[in-house]
Design a protein around this ligand. Structure first.
Ligand code: S3P
Length: 180
């Protein structure tokens, strides 16, 4: 990773991007930004509220604006949202400015980690309720569709059965100090 590159975490919901990013920021002595939290702070709304009141298209617009803004900051650790890298323009921006780390996780692990959370609108049914069957199918479909985009990373870490600290240390061990 080059000194002027951001370390950008990508991966599905529940892959650990936010927790690992926070820890990596401390380890690398770099600022840490969680893109979803940044959007929430800017708008004064939760991600769930943005989806509910303004719709996903609006959220994606805010997400892209936020991405452009934070990528112009000095090198940091950035946790993107699970859908950020799917958009072609976002992907180009991320590839231009960052060293991309994909936190991979099996469908079972994602099921466990996303639990009964109400904070991820894409995993809730149309009437905003939690249904394990719906969530399982949704995770399977989205994961299949998105995997090729996550795979464009520089480094992939399988996080199943690993703690946040273990994943963070594994990334540090595998991070090339010289430019690719
Ligand atoms: C999304 C993932 C979420 C959040 C939004 C959409 C996605 O972030 O950006 O709910 O499209 O996968 P996390 O991956 O941090 O849960």
């Amino acid at each position: 990773m080059k000194a002027d590159q951001h370390l950008i975490l990508t991966g599905f919901m529940g892959s650990g991007k936010s927790s690992v990013g926070r820890e990596l920021g401390i380890m690398l002595q770099r600022p840490f930004i969680d893109l979803d939290k940044y959007i929430e702070k800017q708008t004064g709304l939760t991600i769930a509220e943005i989806f509910e009141h303004q719709g996903e298209t609006s959220f994606r617009r805010l997400e892209q604006q936020a991405l452009k803004t934070v990528l112009a900051y000095p090198p940091m650790v950035l946790a993107t949202g699970g859908g950020t890298i799917i958009n072609e323009d976002n992907r180009r921006l991320i590839q231009n400015r960052g060293y991309i780390v994909f936190l991979d996780a099996s469908q079972d692990t994602i099921m466990k980690r996303t639990g009964a959370s109400h904070s991820r609108p894409l995993l809730l049914t149309g009437d905003k309720t939690v249904s394990n069957r719906f969530r399982q199918q949704k995770i399977k479909d989205l994961l299949n569709a998105r995997r090729p985009f996550y795979e464009i990373c520089h480094l992939k870490i399988l996080t199943d059965n690993m703690s946040v600290n273990q994943v963070s240390r594994r990334i540090l061990q595998q991070l090339p100090s010289a430019p690719d």
